[in-house]
Write a protein that binds this ligand. Structure first.
Ligand SMILES: [Fe+2]
Length: 410
């Protein structure tokens, strides 16, 4: 076949050109080792697998490409997955990357992605409305929060990893959605009744609405804030409370989350320097989640800390700022290596965390994808509780030029 587009950067492959003819099994093996999910072929310059008679034992062709073909009409997406039951002599299993077939499993991730996208847009619109002096529309907030809570309860490993991946330009909106998702998972771990969790989640989604009244220059200032600017920034909590108190249908629980998320257990927070039990459970939870999400996110002025480092910080700060019992429960809810994180194993292989075992936070289920020697592996799901291998550290996707979205739990 004639390859029209390998769907990966030229740095990732060692073919001389981006477009070339696949001459033999060695070439096929090289393409497989790239780990690309889909390639495009030019059927005018090479064979068309659709036009060939299928051999009796041929695998069922993949009928739906991963994405809509964007190439010229004379090219078409490869319709056969390279790795489905290949003849052993031509396509050895070892280096062959699996191609996601995106059937039932894709819809799980896709549903979570569209919910996340929609939630971010609703929050963006809401903050815009508040800037224009309009009220929060609870008829939009309530169904959205209902869907987020349902999503976390049915499958928290689908939504939480997305909440960790933020674009730089919409931090405030995405932070609100992340805090909402994380607070729901946290409250669930604490076995808070579901009706209350809904209120907690509403407060979490709206906790920073007061930022609509902070000028953008201060919100997005790359450098250190002056004292006056910092005061203005801190005032967002008071503004959140004012806005929410003017919102019909807001519960005291939601109000507590928003009004107390910057209070600290030792009384050093703001705006009211509340301490210990003066801060409601919901405010104490909100403080932990808000800090965790803020320090793990990339911002204009700093790169996000790895989750492991963030949890270490939270534990350290729980000596005074946070309630230690709650920090430990929060760690149980997100895991030490959160779902969606890239980890390095003792065997020098990289894996993406797929699911947590609440009682064994160091031994989640993972998908092996890459060898630190520099090549993709045949993806393989392993449960570290039942493996000799173990996690030795957290890795950054960007350092390995690996797309995190591709390896999220399907
Ligand atoms: Fe805040």
């Amino acid at each position: 076949m004639y390859v029209h587009n390998l769907n990966c950067g030229w740095l990732q492959h060692d073919f001389v050109r981006n477009r070339f003819r696949l001459e033999d099994a060695d070439d096929v093996r090289k393409v497989q080792a790239l780990g690309v999910a889909e390639i495009y072929i030019d059927t005018e310059r090479g064979l068309d697998p659709d036009a060939l008679p299928a051999p009796a034992a041929a695998p069922k062709p993949l009928t739906e490409p991963l994405t809509k073909p964007r190439t010229k009409p004379r090219t078409k997406p490869l319709t056969e997955p390279l790795t489905e039951q290949p003849p052993a002599e031509t396509l050895p299993a070892r280096d062959a990357p699996a191609i996601h077939t995106h059937t039932k499993s894709a819809s799980r991730l896709e549903r979570a992605r569209s919910l996340h996208r929609e939630a971010t847009q609703i929050v963006r619109g809401m903050l815009g409305d508040i800037r224009l002096g309009k009220q929060i529309e609870m008829e939009k907030v309530e169904p959205l929060v209902g869907r987020i809570v349902d999503s976390i309860f049915s499958d928290q490993d689908a939504l939480l990893p997305l909440a960790r991946l933020k674009q730089h330009d919409s931090y405030t909106f995405q932070h609100s959605v992340s805090v909402c998702a994380l607070m729901t998972a946290f409250a669930r771990t604490l076995e808070v009744p579901r009706e209350k969790i809904r209120e907690i989640a509403i407060g979490a989604l709206l906790h920073d609405v007061g930022k609509a009244r902070v000028p953008d220059e201060i919100l997005n200032k790359p450098g250190k804030l002056t004292d006056a600017e910092f005061d203005r920034m801190k005032n967002h909590v008071v503004q959140s409370k004012i806005i929410l108190m003017a919102t019909p249908g807001i519960s005291p629980i939601a109000l507590d989350v928003a009004a107390q998320h910057h209070e600290r257990f030792d009384g050093t927070g703001y705006p009211n320097k509340l301490a210990g039990d003066q801060i409601s459970l919901y405010g104490r939870m909100g403080a932990i989640v808000d800090v965790y999400d803020a320090i793990t996110s990339d911002r204009v002025y700093h790169k996000g800390k790895p989750p492991t480092e963030a949890l270490r910080k939270l534990l350290e700060w729980s000596a005074n700022h946070f309630e230690p019992r709650l920090v430990k429960a929060f760690i149980r809810s997100v895991g030490i290596y959160p779902t969606g994180a890239l980890v390095r194993l003792e065997s020098k292989r990289l894996a993406v965390v797929q699911a947590q075992h609440g009682d064994k936070p160091m031994q989640p289920k993972v998908k092996l994808i890459f060898h630190t020697a520099g090549h993709y592996l045949q993806p393989d799901d392993i449960d570290l509780r039942r493996s000799q291998d173990r996690i030795v550290g957290y890795e950054d996707f960007a350092d390995w030029n690996i797309d995190p979205l591709r390896w999220l739990p399907q």
